[in-house]
Design a binder for this molecule. Sequence first.
Ligand code: SAH
Ligand code: SF4
Length: 410
Amino acid sequence: MSADTSLMPIPGPIDPVPVPRRVSSRADGKVALVGLSKEQIRAELEQAGMEPRQAKLRGKQIWHWVYNRGVTNFAQMSDIAKAQQPWLTERFVISRPNVVEAQVSSDGTRKWLLKTHDGHDFEMVFIPDADRGTLCVSSQVGCTLNCRFCHTGTMQLVRNLEPAEIVGQVMLARDALGEWPSQPEGRMLTNIVMMGMGEPLYNFENVRDALKIVMDGDGLGLSRRRITLSTSGVVPMMARAGEEIGVNLAVSLHAVTKEIRDEIVPLNRKYGIEQLLEACAAYPGANNARRITFEYVMLKDKNDSDQHARELVRLIRHYKLPAKVNLIPFNPWAGAAYECSTPERIRAFSNIIFEAGISAPVRTPRGRDIDAACGQLKTAAEKKRRSQSVRGTDENGGWSAAIPEAQTAA
Ligand code: SAH
Ligand code: SF4
């Protein structure tokens, strides 16, 4: 099942995955507004023939209706003249990603299988807790990085999600939770983690542009302190992520020796542990109040010994990192080369880190009954399709709900 990763091309360091910047055209020729900045909306209005001063004013109004009020048609925009609404409707559209399937778990976890306008499936998960609600957002369809324990990495098809598809996930969740207009108090959706499908730093510009809209006080209004971006270690993009996005950082470390990390996170062959931890030490905005989260998936007899835990502590101290560690029980999928560590082993590992004064919570799986986590609903849907054509196909692919809790606001 595992690919020969030594032969795998890893996208280049500076501009890893080139993406078309132009708003993609729709089959009906209309321009989609979700995903556009205030300035881009103004420019599109002007390009459609609106007089510049009016485009500026209307751009501002439309921005507010779209991102703050969550409306999906121009007739709801009460401060825009009725006579102008048909002109807008003919040229523009305010849409969301298509929902293929939406499920709710007995523990309240919700999962959506979504489809892009060109027919690619991706997914999003919402995890409610007592004091917060975390949305796990995807950045790509599939992933090029082939981490050996990750099911997303085995998916053949990869495409960057556009800003519209990234912001669209958050807007869709707001629709489902009935949380319009955007307001700072009393909402269920309080945190966002970029921990769905894909490597966000290989889709840097789209992720950045989308998160800027999400963080805009007059847009979706979520504080950057409540947003966490998780990377498997795309070192050359980490400083830019800190400077241009400024959200919390989570790093998928998963191993403390070159040999093991090379095996389970192949990107390590390109950017090693030292380089990665140096980039963490230099991450703008990280301090004791805003710690870097190190994610560590617990793989039986692979990365889970006491010695590994002690080395993790040593590394964190050596690089003077304001860090916390999230221990993620491995979620097995058919064909995976690993098993999850035993609960006793995970506890012992956690204790060593904890006794060194570093927080090391173990993630509790959520939404098991709906296979709620990245890689699994899509697999379930594919399985259904396959079993309709290939009788007897049976697999329980994907991994379930190992989504670490997002950081709380400082
Ligand atoms: N590509 C980014 C973000 C998406 S993955 C990254 O790798 O950080 C989000 C987290 O889920 C990562 O820490 C990833 O390593 C972890 N993960 C992936 N597959 C898993 C599995 N089968 N069991 C447990 N955690 C897994
Ligand atoms: Fe990609 Fe992250 Fe999965 Fe690695 S763990 S294959 S980087 S999604």
